[in-house]
Design a protein around this ligand. Structure first.
Ligand SMILES: Cc1cc2nc3c(=O)[nH]c(=O)nc-3n(C[C@H](O)[C@H](O)[C@H](O)COP(=O)(O)O)c2cc1C
Length: 173
């Protein structure tokens, strides 16, 4: 039976939701990552940076912008050394200035994606998938790519059916 891995980054706390700043007790992407696991099974791996971003949303977006511009690869608290043994890799994260937070790339660049199937899930407040699929294709060399899914972050808790349908189709073909 095919084995699934769900790699995700998610930031709880202050975030921008439908035009105003709200406090999220659980990150939007984490909610979706768990829906994937519930639908198709597999292991969850959370990406956590050593240096946490500012709790203040406005400061966090400035930090994220500086990291994007510098093509930073922030250090992580723990790393996956290998994805041998997995067939399907779901890469999930919030849209930060059009792509995944830089810590996602810190992890992905350390892995060998030859022969894997990779799917992106991005939660966002209007940018959809942004450039994340294009960016994944540059990094996950040797992989084949399934269709990505964009989830409006504010609707993450209501997205279980859509996420499950997409995840099931992703591992089927
Ligand atoms: C640093 C930062 C940058 C963001 N940039 C964008 C963006 O460019 N486009 C967008 O649609 N949403 C943007 N957002 C909103 C998040 O993508 C959205 O709220 C997401 O669902 C948060 O997921 P999380 O709770 O899993 O971290 C940004 C949020 C943060 C904190």
């Amino acid at each position: 039976m095919a084995k699934n891995l769900i790699i995700y980054y998610s930031r709880k706390g202050q975030n921008y939701v439908n035009g105003s700043i709200r406090n999220l007790s659980k990150g939007n992407t984490e909610i979706c990552a768990e829906f994937i696991q519930k639908a198709v099974g597999g292991d969850l791996f959370e990406i956590e940076t050593v240096r946490t971003y500012d709790a203040d949303y406005m400061k966090c977006i400035e930090e994220a912008k500086a990291e994007l511009r510098a093509k930073a690869r922030p250090e992580l608290k723990k790393y996956l050394d290998s994805i041998d043994g997995y067939d399907n890799i779901f890469v999930c994260g919030p849209c930060w200035w059009g792509t995944f937070p830089m810590g996602v790339f810190t992890q992905l660049e350390k892995l060998d994606f030859s022969g894997k199937k990779v799917m992106a899930l991005m939660t966002h407040e209007g940018s959809g998938l942004g450039s994340c699929e294009r960016d994944l294709k540059k990094i996950c060399t040797g992989a084949v790519f399934g269709k990505g899914l964009a989830v409006h972050g504010a609707d993450a808790a209501k997205s279980e059916a859509a996420v499950a349908k997409w995840a099931e189709a992703s591992v089927r073909c």
